[in-house]
Design a protein around this ligand. Structure first.
Ligand code: MEV
Length: 436
């Protein structure tokens, strides 16, 4: 069993590292050395990184890659991606280039509305509360104006507010649901601050509201928090071209046959949840990589994306395909509550760099870029699956990893890539090829 500790957070960074190495690591010296090697002691960057979290003892490094040639609404982007899975960036880049030659990605933001909820219980009469709510809402808007003023100046703020009577599901349970526009910020801090203020004002405003003075008891705020389910903060990315233009030399079949097979694969992901989960995972391979590169909240994006995929009660594909009148059309609708201002977006030096590479987009432009990458990733995966199979590409990356691991020379790498074109890749076959 492990060792417990008191006052861990008060120890210095070095002492924390030493403690964990001594009590938990199989090789304390090596562990300490490793942790040290991934840090830049005393540097500004290190100070910034340590400020993001608690009990930090080192940095966890991930590859920062680029996927060039993304043509989105006529503009060319080189998209930074942070991901550890091989093939993802290669697939995104190949897909971007393929669609660049066929008109690029069309993206459109369908909405930017975010949601917050104040959950409370109240013992009084529901109809009296509902009747008083227009007056309550007005007061709440006035009393939270000091928090919303700045956001309003930027074109955002509270869009609307409604009272939901949830007592048929849970006794005395009500909800004030507030819709927000948070402009270029993801908006979590703004939304939560407004909601907590509403929670604090609730009983005073209830006490003064017409028709509520003689109601029994007071409201109890259960919690005030944004909802990460933002189905109305959503973007559509699409590609389309005449079916015959889908053809390229690596397809291995006629374009019309590919179009039909591809569309069938998408339909399968629309109707079968087991396939839909893997299918959407492929979309999130691209989405998460850009979310991470721009220091957005990947947990929020994932939670919302999957809830959206299951919005009619069954988990389904986020992307759709249609082949009609000789035109192939493939699109993705995905909710993306992202920010390009606030949070870590400009604090993390590499996120700042990623946003700079993207031309410092606003939140809606970033939504479009991310959706295009998600669609590109999905296209690449389903194209592989319905043509050569996924393992061919994976094995090539796997081969490169093994060659790197075995410290093959540049000439050996070239020879091996050629030799293993039509052969099974495994650690032992590669080692045998290198004569080790
Ligand atoms: C692997 O990371 C992602 C895929 O499984 C996605 C898919 O099956 O569509 C290839």
């Amino acid at each position: 069993m492990g060792t417990s500790v008191n006052g861990f957070s008060k120890l210095s960074k070095e002492a924390k590292a030493k403690w964990v190495a001594e009590h938990y690591a199989s090789n304390p010296e090596e562990t300490l050395q490793l942790m040290k090697s991934f840090q830049q002691p005393g540097s500004e960057v290190q100070k910034v990184l340590d400020g993001f979290s608690e009990n930090t003892v080192s940095n966890f490094v991930m590859p920062f890659s680029l996927a060039p040639n993304f043509v989105i609404n006529g503009k060319v982007y080189c998209v930074p991606m942070v991901i550890e899975e091989s093939s993802v960036v290669a697939a995104a880049s190949a897909s971007a280039k393929y669609w660049m030659e066929r008109g690029g990605f069309n993206c459109e933001v369908l909405g930017t509305r975010k949601v917050g909820q104040l959950h409370f219980s109240w013992p009084g009469d529901a109809s009296a509360l509902l009747a008083a709510f227009p007056e309550i809402r007005q007061k709440l808007l006035e009393e939270t104006a000091h928090l919303t003023r700045n956001m309003e100046k930027r074109g955002g703020g509270i869009l609307d507010m409604e009272l939901l009577d949830m007592t048929s599901m849970e006794p005395e349970y009500y909800q004030i649901r507030v819709n927000f526009e948070t402009c270029d910020t993801m908006g979590a801090n703004f939304i939560n601050s407004v909601l907590e203020e509403i929670g604090m004002l609730l009983n005073d405003i209830f006490a003064e509201a017409d028709g509520l003075q003689h109601q029994p008891g007071s409201a109890t705020v259960i919690m005030a928090i944004l909802s990460n389910f933002t189905p109305e903060c959503i973007v559509r990315a699409s590609v389309e071209c005449p079916v015959e233009k889908l053809w390229d030399k690596n397809l291995g079949m006629e374009a019309d046959c590919f179009a039909e097979k591809f569309a069938k694969a998408i339909r399968i992901a629309e109707i079968d949840s087991y396939r839909a989960t893997t299918h959407n995972k492929g979309i999130f391979n691209g989405v998460d990589a850009v979310i991470l590169a721009t220091a957005n909240d990947f947990r929020a994006i994932e939670a919302c994306g999957h809830a959206f995929a299951a919005r009619d009660g069954q988990y389904r594909s986020l992307s759709h395909c249609e082949v009609r009148d000789g035109i192939f059309r493939f699109w993705l609708d995905i909710p993306l509550a992202v920010g390009t201002v606030g949070g870590l977006t400009h604090l993390h030096p590499m996120a700042k760099c990623a946003l700079d590479i993207l031309g410092n987009p606003g939140a809606t432009e970033l939504m479009q870029i991310i959706a295009a990458v998600g669609l590109a990733q999905n296209f690449a995966a389903v194209r592989s699956l319905t043509t050569t199979g996924i393992q061919k590409g994976h094995m090539k990356m796997h081969l490169t990893n093994i060659l790197n691991h075995l410290q093959a020379s540049e000439a050996q790498v070239i020879a091996a890539l050629d030799y293993f074109e039509d052969k099974k890749v495994s650690f032992s076959t590669v080692r045998a090829f290198l004569g080790r």
